[in-house]
Design a protein around this ligand. Structure first.
Ligand SMILES: [Zn+2]
Length: 282
């Protein structure tokens, strides 16, 4: 092959900054071109052109938080499907996946379907996000809307003295029940299930995974948590702060095991059906 501009044979592939346009947007990539050492001219071979167009599409996808061609291919390979079967599985046209794995940007609706079908953590995250978006005030939530930010603040208050979920959930339940009895609503808005080892938030594993994955908490050893944020009393009402203080004091003085036992003595817990949701009723 020779330089298209000066016929020199001193040409070689080099990765250089390139620019292009996708969906009316200027996009930059670092892509391979063939560069002439003599005249400095650069050009794309047929293969380089295909790769450049895919790079452009991927650059666009990354900046718009869409799956890249590589990610789509990885998901497809994980399911062991060819491009046509994968397209059929998600309800897209037969040739769509082939195009998405090269230079065609997928619609956001297909992007969502692919994540929902191929990434379990995406679904799990959505369940936690929905807990907040679809939060209800009823007898299961104790007439309080669940708010993730407040939940994390509550943990920041409890976890330094009860770092395992086995214990900190019980302390949280005591807070919720106490506030409900005195003031008619819980503090966290969590739904609790009556499990053998006490009242535990419904979907607690997903919530724990979520807060670790998104950096609100870290795990220490097998069972212990560290919360990476500070308790902030301004996010709670006076009555909530009263109960939070009261129960934290109880935890500090009597210890986590005491709170664990205490949560088992709750009538709300004892009258719930095993593995069923606990109703906050007076
Ligand atoms: Zn040249």
């Amino acid at each position: 092959m020779i330089c298209l501009s000066c016929d020199s044979k001193n040409i070689r592939p080099r990765k250089i900054k390139c620019e292009g346009e996708i969906k009316g947007e200027r996009v930059e990539t670092i892509s391979e071109k063939t560069v002439c050492d003599d005249c400095g001219e650069s050009f794309l071979t047929e293969i380089q052109m295909a790769e450049f167009r895919r790079d452009l599409a991927d650059s666009y996808r990354t900046s718009h938080e869409l799956l890249t061609s590589k990610q789509i291919k990885e998901y497809r390979n994980r399911l062991g499907l060819n491009q046509i079967d994968f397209a059929r599985m998600i309800g897209a046209g037969d040739s769509s996946v082939k195009r998405w794995e090269s230079n065609r940007v997928q619609d956001r609706v297909y992007d969502t379907i692919i994540r929902a079908r191929c990434d379990p953590s995406y679904m799990s995250d959505n369940i936690v996000i929905n807990m907040e978006d679809l939060a209800t005030e009823d007898e299961y939530t104790g007439f309080c809307k669940f708010r993730l930010a407040r939940y994390i603040k509550l943990l920041a208050c409890i976890v330094p003295f009860a770092s395992s979920p086995l214990y900190f959930f019980k302390v949280l339940f005591i807070m919720d029940e106490k506030h409900f009895r005195k003031f008619g609503s819980t503090i966290s808005g969590l739904r609790y299930a009556a499990l053998e080892y006490g009242p535990v938030p419904d979907d607690y594993r997903r919530i724990n995974e979520y807060i670790v994955k998104h950096g609100y908490a870290s795990t220490k050893g097998m069972h212990n948590f560290v919360i990476n944020t500070k308790f902030d009393s301004t996010e709670f009402t006076d009555s909530e702060n009263e109960v939070i203080e009261e129960v934290t004091k109880l935890l500090k003085e009597k210890g986590e095991k005491y709170c664990y036992e205490k949560s088992h003595e709750s009538n709300l817990y004892k009258t719930a059906s095993p593995y069923g949701l606990i109703k906050f009723v007076k």
